[in-house]
Design a protein around this ligand. Structure first.
Ligand code: PAF
Length: 281
């Protein structure tokens, strides 16, 4: 596996074997088994796999965890090398945003709700960096985790709107044995907080059972989910919502595209999770 740090060198690498397909897995590093699953899946879908590792300052708010976001390049290199990755592209911030960049990519509407409501500007930062990565790497396929439901919807829409011929693949959420969705931010949780975090997956399983038993009213289900989450005083709800998986609009009567989307704070750590409610995950 090669380590490439310069966007120009990355671009040339992508152009040197024209017949071969490239799958890109964009990441911010601090790899865990969830990332490795995305990488292995990317390898099944293409001839060559590029994993980008860039902690993108543009998507962090002023009071968010940019400075303390976990970074461990040596460990990440080792893990990616074991997952049939061809290139780890790890540019420095001044190479990605050389000079003063005046351009932002913004996807309207889809970015106003859910995480976008409490993290203003976050998705402009995500869309901008992913657009840059698409131009630098020029992949045919890009793989994203479904845990970031809104991010996936925004990237899909941006890709369609900007006419990139890139297949956007959403990989199912990868969970720990006890159900906690894997996330680089889980390391912030104390053992007690980690115990509280299990409530997210528990309430998802419970909600799916409620739907199987006939509940089809989103407002009622949201109220029930909120009540269950708030049984634990360590949990502060950011949002509990039920939306269409791709359009992110509220679905008052549940249908096969309805997703239960959750964001909570446990201590100072913000966790998200989601699940389709009727369809198989
Ligand atoms: O999901 C992430 O890790 C980031 O938001 C992404 C897609 C790599 C953009 O910085």
């Amino acid at each position: 596996m090669d380590l490439i740090e310069s966007p120009a060198a990355m671009h040339s690498w992508g152009q040197d074997k024209p017949g071969q397909t490239i799958a890109l897995v964009p990441t911010m590093g601090a790899f865990h088994e969830g990332h490795l699953c995305l990488m292995r899946h990317a390898a099944e879908l293409s001839d060559r796999v590029v994993v980008s590792l860039f902690v993108n300052p543009l998507q962090f708010g002023p009071r968010e965890d940019l400075a303390r976001y976990p970074r461990n390049l040596a460990r990440d290199l080792e893990m990616a090398a074991g997952a049939r990755v061809d290139v780890l592209f790890a540019p420095k911030a001044d190479a990605m945003y050389a000079g003063e960049s005046l351009t932002r990519v913004r996807v309207d509407e889809l970015t106003d709700t859910l995480c976008g409501a409490s993290r203003p500007g976050h998705f402009d930062g995500v869309a901008t960096v992913v657009a840059k990565l698409f131009n630098i790497v020029a992949p045919q396929v890009a793989v994203f985790g479904r845990k970031d439901l809104q991010q996936l919807a925004v990237i899909r829409r941006m890709t369609a709107d900007l006419n990139w011929a890139i297949e956007i693949v959403g990989h199912p959420i990868v969970r720990e044995a006890d159900g906690l969705a894997m996330s680089s931010r889980n390391i912030y949780l104390s053992p007690a907080e980690r115990g509280s975090a299990l409530a997210l997956h528990r309430v998802i399983l419970w909600a799916r059972e409620r739907v199987k038993a006939g509940q089809s009213d989103a407002a009622a289900l949201i109220a029930e989910v909120r009540t269950r989450l708030l049984h634990d005083p360590a949990i502060r709800i950011d949002y509990v919502s039920i939306v269409h998986e791709r359009h992110l609009v509220y679905t008052p009567t549940l249908n096969r595209d309805s997703v239960l989307a959750l964001a909570v704070f446990i201590g100072s750590t913000r966790l998200i999770d989601n699940s389709l409610l009727m369809a198989e995950e």
